[in-house]
Design a binder for this molecule. Structure first.
Ligand SMILES: Cc1ncc(COP(=O)(O)O)c(C=O)c1O
Ligand SMILES: Nc1c(O)cccc1C(=O)C[C@H](N)C(=O)O
Length: 427
């Protein structure tokens, strides 16, 4: 597509956008009496207009039905989580019985590692991407220590080559091959939080399996952002949060994926709780844990209904948008437009003032562009914020900007680039 650096072009793209009506389903933060340009869905997605109603419905059920709410009402709480499985399964490319909506992200990562990280003196290593989100690093280190191993030798981080910013799939695959005799788990992000690189999850899964290891993914920055096919790719396990691209609110509910091939593995460890007990017998309160079939058997505690209600408001929007390929199609164009406009600024300025460290290959990224500001980085970030552009800052000099297809416009992207260029003179 031929992009143009003018507002009329951006507005025309918005006019033609098949998803244009979705923006009004979100509450856009205000700046000086007008909509701010919110490009921070990589951290916290915007509030669906309907979120309050979904939450209120459950407050009303609590008020009117009290404890009977578990069994009565339109959507009894006992199975409320099940009503979300179809939507989230479509988003991550799974069968409904392979997903469970539960807990928060790092907690779920630990629960999955309990099942999939079973080190012995021969196989004890975990491969992760270098520069993984700190919570994942801490989780992995603590898992390794919990089993009596030393993170120094057990955690293998893969970094980009000298002079490069992102990882090559061949280097990931070769590292897996190199450690194959000692490898227990490969745990990668779907998309790295800092660079925005979208990894080749199928290639990583295949390489892990060739090495006799499990492949697991943290999809915090990928779920609801890029199309995923966890079942088809054969991933062993995955988890995600829903407060970024899935707009479920701060600390919103997380979810897990466990491939169906593991459902019959009776050797698998699991930290059990009554909510993972088989549904038909749970209230018999019998001794001896008997897991529910499928990913729901990994649940531990009572469903947090208010969080599920907020997630449901968001899933209804995803369901009505159709499938992830419609969302992805707009996302590819929005992000490419932002990239085009930033490159144009550099061309006009005669130097690379804004360096995009996210891969240029659209298939190797989601909606986020991570931009290194070569000059006055922090002041540039503040200038954008003062002028109503909300991105986020990552030390030492990176601004992350994520145009989200359900609520951002080409005009948002145009305004952002115009302000980035204006910042050069203003600061
Ligand atoms: C890759 C990744 N892992 C973990 C987290 C944190 O998860 P939690 O919701 O457990 O704080 C985030 C974001 O905060 C993240 O981006
Ligand atoms: N989860 C967050 C929070 O509780 C406070 C502030 C930021 C966050 C984030 O989600 C950060 C995000 N994962 C990141 O990519 O930096």
């Amino acid at each position: 597509m031929n992009y143009q650096n003018d507002l009329a072009f951006a507005r025309e793209q918005d006019r033609l956008d098949p998803l244009k009506n979705f923006r009004e389903q979100f509450l856009i933060p205000q700046h000086n009496g007008a909509d701010a340009v919110y490009l921070c869905g990589n951290s916290l997605g915007l509030q669906p207009v309907t979120a309050r109603t979904y939450l209120n419905d459950q407050l009303n059920n609590w008020q009117n039905l009290a404890v009977e709410g578990w069994f009565q009402g339109e959507d009894p709480w006992l199975d409320y989580h099940q009503s979300l499985s179809g939507s989230i399964a479509r988003i991550v490319g799974a069968q409904e019985n392979e997903v469970a909506v539960m807990n928060s992200l790092t907690v779920n990562l630990h629960l999955l590692m309990v099942s999939f990280y079973k080190p012995n003196s021969k196989r004890f290593k975990i491969i992760i991407e270098g520069g993984a989100f700190p919570s994942d690093q801490y989780a992995v280190e603590s898992q390794v220590k919990h089993h009596g191993f030393d993170p120094q030798s057990a955690v293998i981080e893969i970094f980009p080559r000298e002079g490069e910013l992102t990882l090559r799939t061949e280097d990931i695959v070769n590292t897996i091959e190199q450690h194959k005799n000692e490898l227990a788990v490969v745990l990668f992000a779907g998309i790295n939080y800092y660079t925005g690189q979208f990894f080749d999850l199928k290639a990583i899964t295949d390489a892990a399996h060739q090495a006799g290891a499990y492949a697991g993914f943290d999809l915090a920055h990928a779920a609801g952002n890029v199309p995923l096919q966890l079942h088809q790719w054969g991933a062993d396990f995955a988890c995600w949060c829903s407060y970024k691209y899935m707009n479920s609110g701060p600390g919103g509910i997380s979810g897990i994926f466990v491939h169906e091939r593991h459902f019959t593995d009776t050797t698998m460890n699991r930290f059990a709780g009554w909510w993972g007990y088989r549904r038909d017998m749970r209230f018999l309160m019998a001794p001896g844990f008997d897991a529910e079939q499928g990913a729901n058997g990994w649940q531990v505690s009572t469903s947090p209904i208010p969080l599920l209600a907020l997630f449901k408001a968001s899933m209804a929007i995803f369901d009505s948008a159709g499938n992830m390929s419609i969302i992805r199609d707009k996302s590819l164009r929005l992000t490419a437009y932002l990239e085009f406009l930033i490159n144009e600024i550099n061309l006009r300025q005669g130097e690379e003032l804004f360096r995009i460290i996210t891969p240029a290959d659209p298939q190797a990224r989601g909606s986020q562009l991570s931009v290194v500001c070569k000059r006055n980085a922090k002041s540039t970030f503040h200038f954008l914020a003062q002028n109503g552009v909300i991105g986020d800052w990552r030390e030492p000099d990176v601004i992350r900007l994520s145009p989200v297809p359900l609520y951002n416009t080409f005009e948002d992207v145009y305004k952002t680039a115009a302000l980035m260029e204006a910042s050069i003179k203003a600061i």
